[in-house]
Design a protein around this ligand. Structure first.
Ligand code: CP
Length: 348
């Protein structure tokens, strides 16, 4: 017979959602998240961030290295009155001495959010399947949704007056990375036009183009996959990412030969984009490879605003995904527990 649970946590969280890919969220929901970002960014400017994550914890599993994602989540949790735990594979038993399922169940009973950067998409999916708290994908080999929120917000912040996100065309320069795929699907879902500009060998897989077709049919967006660099002349946003990931070091020379110099974001390439075009880069940047330092430092570059907006995005995400589960005790409840515990301690 199954024993009844004595858990102090609410294991059946009605309406709980995970954040695995931005494609799972509607345009309205993305707009709501960005509105929340604006409010939190304003509050940060006034050093008056509401303590909406007070007493809460986010467990941060990092199977791979990170600067922006790690620092932004940890800082966001602290700024909102909560706490973040950094958990690398050498710190916890994940998938080695303990199954991913059991890890998800245990973390769910102690923390309020699980954020995971995993080497295999199956790991974050398994965490989400068993977790009773929201799971946020901090990058897997498919998607980078927290990056998307920061990116779309940054583009919106720098829009030419009178323009909307849906008026724009974004060009991703490079191969079909997690960021490229996420941009394709998020643009198509949101209604923004997208191009991947890169050599044929490194272009987007058909599986994701099929999904993009479905999303475009609903939103009215368009996409194009091309090796023709001159297409930047049709683009309002030029986006850069490394030509290889840390797991592709054995392909580094082959990849650099395929991408350089044609697909490098230079000041000259930026001058060929649409007037007023902006440059984004998810960072870290290799400024002798996919982007030049001159382009990265150009007046059109918003790459470091974009990096800062990772923090704004993580604050919004922690609040957005836990908002339904905030249970503020009444003063009577708080006092009752305090008096009972203090009474017990005093008679020891
Ligand atoms: N863009 C990004 O995810 O950066 P980190 O790898 O430093 O987290």
């Amino acid at each position: 017979m199954k024993m009844p649970s004595s858990s102090a946590t609410d294991l059946e969280k009605k309406g709980m959602r995970h954040f695995i890919s931005m494609k799972d969220f509607s345009k309205q929901e993305m707009d709501d998240m960005m509105e929340l970002m604006s409010m939190l960014k304003e509050a940060r400017k006034d050093n008056a961030i509401p303590q909406l994550f007070k007493g809460k914890s986010v467990a941060m599993i990092f199977e791979a290295g990170s600067t922006r994602t790690r620092v932004s989540f940890e800082t966001a949790a602290t700024m909102l009155g909560g706490h973040a735990l950094f958990l690398s594979p050498k710190d916890i038993h994940l998938g080695a001495k303990e199954s991913i399922d059991d890890t998800a169940r245990v973390l769910s009973r102690m923390c309020d959010v699980i954020m995971a950067r995993t080497n295999e998409p199956e790991t974050v999916d398994a965490l989400a399947k068993m977790s009773t708290v929201p799971v946020i994908n901090g990058l897997d080999t498919r998607f980078h949704p927290t990056q998307m929120l920061a990116d779309f917000y940054t583009i919106k912040e720098h829009l030419t007056p009178g323009k909307k996100l849906t008026d724009l065309t974004l060009a991703f320069m490079g191969d079909a990375t997690d960021v490229c795929r996420s941009l394709l699907l998020t643009c198509c879902k949101y209604g923004m036009n997208f191009k991947q500009i890169g050599p044929v060998k490194y272009q987007m897989e058909q599986e994701w183009l099929d999904l993009a077709d479905t999303l475009c049919a609903e939103s009215g967006a368009t996409y194009e996959i091309t090796e023709d660099v001159s297409k930047v002349s049709e683009c309002d946003v030029i986006y850069g990412d490394s030509f290889y990931w840390t797991t592709q070091m054995d392909e580094k020379e082959e990849r650099l030969a395929a991408f350089m110099p044609n697909y490098v974001i230079t000041e000259e390439l930026m001058s060929k984009a649409k007037p007023g075009a902006m440059l984004l880069h998810c960072l870290p940047a290799n400024d002798k490879e996919e982007v030049t330092r001159g382009a990265l430092e150009g007046e059109y570059s918003v790459a470091f605003d974009e990096a800062e907006n990772r923090l704004t995005a993580q604050m919004a995400l922690l609040v957005y995904f836990t908002r339904k589960f905030v249970k503020e005790p009444t003063e009577e409840t708080r006092v009752r527990h305090q008096e009972r515990i203090e009474g017990f301690l005093n008679q020891l």
